[in-house]
Design a protein around this ligand. Structure first.
Ligand code: ADQ
Length: 444
C-alpha cells in the first residue's frame, strides 16, 4: 500500500460511466431485458444456469475455496464437476465482458469467484488494463497445495492475467508470491512478477469503508434514537457483535469466551448485556444449518444458566439490521467483540471505529482478522484462547475513558486517512503507473 495526497482525489469522479458486470439471481425471462442504469452506473447481468451455479457458487466457491482459504481444510470438498462449473461460470462472465468492453477500458475483477477471468480477458484483449482484488485470506502454500495440480495452476495463471493483483495484507501477498513461484515457476522482484513480455504487480491494499458516512451518522436522529433506547433499556455495560452466519467468524468461540467471563467475573452478573446479531447467510448448506442450531442451543444454555427473570445476559437476533440500527448499536456499545477465526479484513471493526465520533468504546479484535494489522490499539485477542477473551472483556470494562479516547482516536485517524475512496484510488493509480513505477525501481 502506498498513498499520496493526490491519490485521495476521487478517481471515479473523473471517469465515464462505470459498467458493472455481476451475477443475476433473476433469470433472463424474469428480468425481461430490463436494464438497470443511473447516471454513474450501468449494470450488465450475467445469467448462470441453475445447476451450473450450484456447482460453481455453492460448490467450488463455498464448499472448496472458502473453507480452504479460511484454514478449514477438513470442510473442503474436491469435486471435478465443481471445477468444470467454475470454468463455465468464469467463461459466462468473460462473454459479458466481451460484449461490453471498449478499447482503453480498465477492468477490475473482484474476488475468488472469478480467479480465471483475468487471464481469459488478457488473451483476447492484451492491451487493456486489468486489476484483480482478492477479498479473503490467500492461504499459506501448505493449504493451497491441497488443490489438484491442474486447478492450482489454472488459478495462479488465471489471476496473473491481471496487471495489478491486490490483497488485504502483506502476509497474503507473500503467500500468493510463494504459490506463483512453486506452482508455475514465476519468480518476482520487489513484488513484480515477470510474465514474458509483461509484468504484474502484487501488492497489499487494505480495504476500508466510507469513513465520513459512518462518522457523520452519529447525530442522525434515527441513529440517536436507537442509541438512547438501547442505553435506557439494556444493562450498564453493552457488548455488541454483528456478522454473517459463518464458521470463519468465530461465533461459537465468542460465546465460550463470554461464558468464561461470566464464570470468572461474577461481579458483572446483572450488569452486562451482550447483543449478538447474526445475519442469515448460505443457510442452504448443511454445515451452516448445523452451526445455526449449535449457536441457538449455546445461547439458550447460557441465558438459562446465568440469567434470571430480570436479566438476560445475551440478546440474540438472527436477522439483518437496518443502517440506523447498526450504527445505533455501534455507538451505544461499550465494547465491540470481534472474534473471527480467520477473516480477510473484517469491515465491522472499521465501521465500529468510524462510528465513534464520541471517541469512546473499546474494540476487542481477533489477531486472525486482516484488520488487526492496522488496528493495533484494539485489545487484540486470540479467538481460540477462551481465557484471553474473558480477560479482554474485563480489561475493556475497566478501561478509563481517557485511555479509550487515546486508542480510539489513533484508529479513527488511520481509517479516515485510508478510506474506501483512497483504497480505490490507490489501486487504480498503481494500475495506471505500473510501467513507470517499474522503470523507476529498476534505476534505484
Ligand atoms: P464478509 O465476510 O461479508 O466480507 P465483513 O468484512 O465483516 O465480512 O463485512 C460484512 C458487512 O456486512 C459489513 O459492512 C457489515 O456492516 C454488514 N453486516 C454484517 N452483519 C449485518 C447484519 N446483521 N445486518 C446488517 N448488516 C450487516 C468479505 C471478507 C472480509 C472482507 C470483506 C471486504 O470475508 O474479510 O473484509 O469481504 O473485502
Amino acid at each position: 500500500m502506498s498513498l499520496t495526497a493526490e491519490r485521495k482525489d476521487s478517481f471515479f469522479s473523473k471517469q465515464e460511466k462505470i459498467q458493472w458486470i455481476g451475477y443475476s439471481e433473476q433469470t433472463e425471462e424474469e428480468l425481461g431485458g430490463l436494464s438497470i442504469e443511473n447516471d454513474s452506473f450501468q449494470v450488465h447481468p450475467v445469467f448462470i444456469p441453475e445447476q451450473v451455479n450450484e456447482d460453481y457458487y455453492e460448490g467450488f466457491c463455498n464448499n472448496l475455496i472458502w473453507p480452504l482459504c479460511h484454514y478449514f481444510p477438513y470442510l473442503a470438498r474436491f469435486e471435478d464437476h465443481y471445477f468444470e462449473a467454475y470454468k463455465t461460470a468464469n467463461k459466462l462472465f468473460f462473454d459479458k465482458v466481451d460484449q461490453v468492453i471498449q478499447p482503453g477500458d480498465t477492468i477490475w475483477v473482484q474476488d475468488y469467484q472469478l480467479m480465471l477471468l483475468p487471464e481469459m480477458i488478457r488473451q483476447k484483449y492484451p492491451d487493456n488494463k486489468i486489476g484483480f482484488f482478492f477479498h479473503i485470506p490467500f492461504p499459506s502454500y501448505e493449504l493451497f497445495r491441497m488443490l489438484p495440480v491442474i486447478w492450482r495452476k489454472a488459478i495462479v495463471d488465471g489471476i496473473l492475467g491481471a496487471d495489478v493483483v491486490g490483497f488485504h495484507t502483506n502476509d497474503y501477498v507473500e503467500n500468493f508470491l510463494k504459490a506463483a513461484r512453486l506452482v508455475s515457476g514465476y519468480g518476482n522482484k520487489l513484488h513484480y512478477v515477470h510474465m514474458g513480455n509483461r509484468i504484474v504487480k502484487i501488492d497489499s491494499f487494505p480495504i476500508s469503508i466510507d469513513y465520513e458516512k459512518f462518522n457523520g451518522s452519529y447525530d442522525d436522529p434515527e441513529v440517536a434514537e436507537v442509541r438512547d433506547q438501547s442505553r435506557a433499556s439494556l444493562m450498564e455495560k453493552i457488548i455488541f457483535s454483528v456478522d454473517r452466519l459463518d464458521y470463519s467468524k468465530g461465533i461459537r468461540h465468542r460465546l465460550h469466551g463470554f461464558t468464561k467471563f461470566l464464570q470468572d467475573y461474577p461481579q458483572w452478573h446483572g450488569k452486562v448485556s451482550f447483543v449478538m446479531v447474526v445475519v442469515p447467510s448460505r443457510d442452504t448448506i448443511e454445515q451452516y444449518q448445523f452451526m445455526k442450531m449449535e449457536i441457538d442451543q449455546t445461547v439458550g444454555r447460557i441465558n438459562a444458566a446465568y440469567g434470571d427473570i430480570y436479566w438476560q445476559p445475551i440478546i440474540y437476533q438472527y436477522r439483518s439490521m437496518s443502517y440506523p440500527e447498526l450504527v445505533g448499536m455501534y455507538t451505544a456499545s461499550d465494547v465491540a467483540l470481534i472474534t473471527p477465526l480467520r477473516d480477510g479484513m473484517n469491515l465491522v471493526c472499521k465501521e465500529f471505529v468510524a462510528s465513534r465520533k464520541d471517541s469512546q468504546g473499546v474494540l476487542i479484535l481477533s489477531e486472525m482478522a486482516g484488520a488487526a494489522q492496522e488496528l493495533g490499539e484494539a485489545l487484540i485477542i486470540n479467538p481460540f484462547d477462551i481465557n484471553g477473551i474473558a480477560q479482554a472483556i474485563q480489561e475493556a470494562f475497566e478501561m478509563p475513558a481517557q485511555e479509550q479516547t487515546k486508542r480510539m482516536d489513533a484508529m479513527r485517524e488511520r481509517i479516515r486517512d485510508y478510506d474506501v475512496f483512497a483504497w480505490t484510488n490507490d489501486f487504480f493509480t498503481q494500475m495506471m503507473m505500473l510501467e513507470q513505477e517499474y522503470e523507476r525501481l529498476k534505476q534505484v
